[in-house]
Structures are given as C-alpha cells and as structure tokens.
Design a protein around this ligand. Sequence first.
Ligand code: MIC
Ligand code: SF4
Length: 645
Amino acid sequence: MGYTIAEKIIKAHLLEGEMVKGTDICLKIDQTLTQDATGTMAYLEFEAMGVDRVKTEKSVAYIDHNTLQTGFENADDHRFIQSVCKKHGVYFSRPGNGICHQVHLERFGKPGKTLIGSDSHTPTGGGIGMLAMGAGGLDVAVAMGGGGYHITMPEIVKVNLKGKLNDYVAAKDIILEVLRVLSVKGGVGRIIEYSGEGVKTLSVPERATITNMGAELGATTSVFPSDEITREFLKAQDREEDYTELCADADAVYDKEIEIDLSTLTPLAACPHSPDNVKPVSSLSDIKVDQVCIGSCTNSSYLDMMTVAAMLKGKTVADGVSLSIAPGSKQVLNMLAQNGALADMIAAGARILESACGPCIGMGQSPNSAGISLRTFNRNFEGRSGTADGQIYLVSVQTAAASALTGYFTDPTTLGVAPKIEMPEKFLINDNMVIAPATPEEAPSVEVLRGPNIKPFPTTTPLAAEINASVSLKVGDNITTDHIMPAGAKILPLRSNIPAISQHCFTVCDKEFPERAKALGSSIIVGGVNYGQGSSREHAALAPLYLGVKAVLVKSFARIHRSNLINAGILPLEFKNEADYENLALGNEIQIPDIAEIVKNGGDIVIKNITTGKDIIAKCELTERMRDIILAGGLLNYTKEQSNG
Ligand code: MIC
Ligand code: SF4
C-alpha cells in the first residue's frame, strides 16, 4: 500500500508511535516559528526550561502582530524577543519585514520538512509541501529545546482538484468552497491533502492561500505536493537547493475524498460571522460596502498585490469606501515600489499599511458601527475587527478590489477579461531584516532585555485529589479563542502579562466573568461543540488558569485549544451524553471526587452537581503523556520533571 504526502513526511519524522489513525504519535520538528503576540510567552517558557540553545534546523521569530505601538508594551516585547533570540540561537525577523507565514514561505520553508509555529495559520507552509502545524507556545518551546511534537495521527482527506479556474475566480474561492462543503468542524482530526490535475494550475502562493485557510476547517494541517511549480518558486527565491519532489503514491489510501471542479467555481464570500457561512458573491450584489481591507497571511503575496494594483490602476476607490492594503512582506512591498504598482494603488486612493497583520487582528482599521467590511483575511468571528457589530465578509482580492471600486458587493467575473499576472522569474532577495543569532561562544554575554510589562509564566500545581468548584460560565457552540481571549489594540499589548490580560477573558460573552471566576476561587466552564476553535493563543488557557478554572466541560473541543488546556494543566472534559449540557447552570456547585486517581488509572468521571443533586458523566481521553502532563499540573512542570529524571 502506498503513502499519501502527509504520511510520507510523518513516516520520515516519527519519533514515537505508529501511523495508526487516532493514536498518539510524536514527530521530530525541523523548523519552528513564533510571532510576537504568542512569542513572548513561548520564549519565557523556553527560558524556564533551561535549555541554552535551540536544537532545530531553523527557528525564526517574527514581529508582525503587535506592531501598533500605542505605549511601551509592544516595543518592549519586540526588544525582549530580539535579545532572547540572539542569545538562544533563533533568527529574528524585524518589525517591517512582514507577516510570519508569508515571509516563512518566501525565505525559509522547505518541502518535506516539519514546521510547528505558535500561530494557527502555520499550515500555510503546506503550500510548499511542508507538514506545518499550529501549536501552543509551550509546544513550540519544547520543540525548540529538541523535544518532539505530539499529535493524534489524523485521518487524511483527499481534495481532488479538476480543471482550471476561470478569470477572476481565485484560490480563495477554492478554500471557501471547501469550507462550505466541510464546515468549520469538518477538518478536526484530519489532514487535507490536495491532488489532481488542478494542482498544476496553481502557483505556490495560491496553494498557500488554500493551506492557510485550512486552519478554519479545524484541520491538523493541509498539504500540497511539491512539484515543478514548487521548484520554480524556490528558484525565483534563489533557493532551488531547498527543493525536493514530493507527491502521493498512486495507490495511497485516503479516509475521505472530495472533488472540486475548478472550472465551475464562482467568486464566493464567507458571510458574518463564520468562515463557513459561504454564499456566492453574485447573491450579495445589492449590499453597500463601507470598508475593504486587502492583506493578511491569506492573501498578501506578490501575485495578490499585483492583481489588486492592476484592477485599481487609473481608477478611484468609490466614495464611502475606505480601502486599506497591507502587502504581506517587505519583499512584496519593495517589489511593488520598484515596479510602480504601489503608485497605482496610492493613486487610486488606497490607504497603504505596513507589512503586518494589522486589521486582521483588530490592530486598527476597525469598521464603522454596523459597517460592512470586505476583507481578504481568513477569520470573521464576531467582534474580532474591533467593532462589536461590524459585519465582516471574507473574499478574494479580486472581489475586494472590484467592490472597492463600485462601492457595492461586486462579482469580479462581471468585469470581463482579468489582468494576467505572471510569477516573477526572480523575486527581490534582501534578507537584511533578518538578524542571525549570536554564535554559541558569544551567546553567554548577550543580555536579555525585559520591560516592566513582561511577567513570568504563571506557576501551576499538580492536579488535586478532588475538584470542588462552581460553574463560572456557560457558553454555546463554536466558541472561538477570540471569545475566550479577545485580541485588538487594547488587549494585545498585555500578551506578556497574564494577570493583566486575564481581566479581559471572556468579556465578549460576559463582562462579569473575570471578577466572578476570581471570587469563586475554583471554577469550571461549560460549553458546546467545537469549543476553542480559531487561534493557537495559549492565553485562552493561561488566563482561565490564572482565574482559577480547573476544568472545561464541553460537547467537543478544537485541537490546538484542547492541547493548550492540557499544557496549562486544565482538565479538558467532554460530556459522555451531550444532553447533560442542560443539567448544568451558571453558579451550580459541583464536585469531582477522586479525579487524580481516575486520571491516573482511567474510568468514568462522575461530576456531582451539588446544587441539583444530579450526577453527570464526563470523559477525558488522554494519552499516557497527556495524563502525566495533567497530573504534573501542566507541560512546563512535566518537562522539568522529565529533565530532572
Ligand atoms: C489569529 O489569527 O487569531 C492570530 C492572532 O494570528 C492567532 C495567534 C494569536 O492569537 O496570537 C492564531 O491564529 O494563532
Ligand atoms: Fe496575522 Fe491575521 Fe494571519 Fe493571524 S490570521 S497570522 S492575525 S494575518
């Protein structure tokens, strides 16, 4: 029996376990990346582990999220990350150099390698044939220290791409179609592998748009073959030596197959407030548009930007529309500046933003009240834009540019022949914004610079024999990490200060939550299906931990958030019978007797609802390693225990 692409990479990196679906496997990690909003914590954790120098082939730290410096906090974090990287062997991509996933694809990603990143869109690397996964900061810290990365061996879904896209239909429309078919839960426990004739019609940046937004499916990752198109891309990046061919064997076996005929696709939009609420753009055409934002790690490549520039050339953005554009990297921005495309954007009235995440994470450009905002981004969760009642639609750059010009939702295919943008034979290569780490000899004399907002990782204690707590919050289905731990310009600067950031935990759902949880001292959260979808931010586990949350009891979890809870030492419990969700209410007092014993030796977890007198049965499926992490009170304690023998 042959192997799929993912299986080939997994097989070559397997440290523990076997490739049996649903079982725990541990992978050797070749590369890591961090960004600044999760990176500060990841490096604090790395320091706490006491390892001198990273052991990966390449680890890179990017500054792209918290670049709005409204106070000292973000700048202090940048300085901390720069110095800690220099000391411990990590390459540092300076602010201004671009969005982590875009730059990593351009300059560092290699087919066939494994990459984990403290950002949920790390699967972007799948566009160049990497097995690239989003992880919590602690997992990345462990990988930098030479440890493996544990995942559950996923199922593999094959998406067979047939045919060729029509003019003005984009890679973004392909992934929106996959989201429409599979939903935001459809990728959970799965790797999405692309194959078929249609693959050959897509450039590496287009493939990366698709793998990037595979995160919204809840997938472990997504991956494309590495072929001649990949070679051309690497060659144009002056790194042809990084190329290796990688494709699935003809007799590879998949758990599920989907076929998409590219020639039948039309422009699509994910409507408020979920990436899987997908409708044809043509059905939205009477909606007036207030704002258009182009950029983010999904759609900010040279190809995307050149398309936008060509569509804007000689025209003016409609009155009533604010158009912002953030090219994804310094490489892209510099090329646009050199070839005049930037001038076309400026002349049309675009507001040019720096090469960073910006509006995607609510760092500025919040839309007007109830404003209709079309964005080329990957997430449109409620409130994420910074405007609570903002109506965010996710679209391709083609739909975004067309709509910016007319002021209404516009199907770009009505515009006739699309501009033809060729991939450049040579990208502009200038790595002067990437700082190499100190040599091992110089490293001891490098001073790590900390600011007053940088507080140590919270301490955790081993799991108690029994849990006595109250329900401090009850929420519904599809709760995102943007609900649990909101971002935006006001809150992001607190990412390195858990006591301060925890004051904002869940305030989108319930303003009283932080105070209530603190007052209760020990509490549990109750939720529905797909709890914790979205970001990899471990703050969505560390803030509840700080507020005294001992367990989260839900119908089902999203992958990265579940491991972040385990890493923080919070029990991830699932209802054995989903109907029991109704048997718990805010304020109910509960008891979980003998929990440490049950975690150690297995068995049903009985949650006694002291208030109602009813018992609820929960399950907690843990691998041996997860069990030991929970018992130790989190991954940091566990790692220290392991290294102390
Ligand atoms: C996001 O898109 O939500 C983020 C901001 O990039 C996060 C990381 C974070 O919260 O810092 C992610 O996707 O993991
Ligand atoms: Fe940045 Fe947005 Fe991409 Fe997250 S999704 S890494 S915030 S651009």
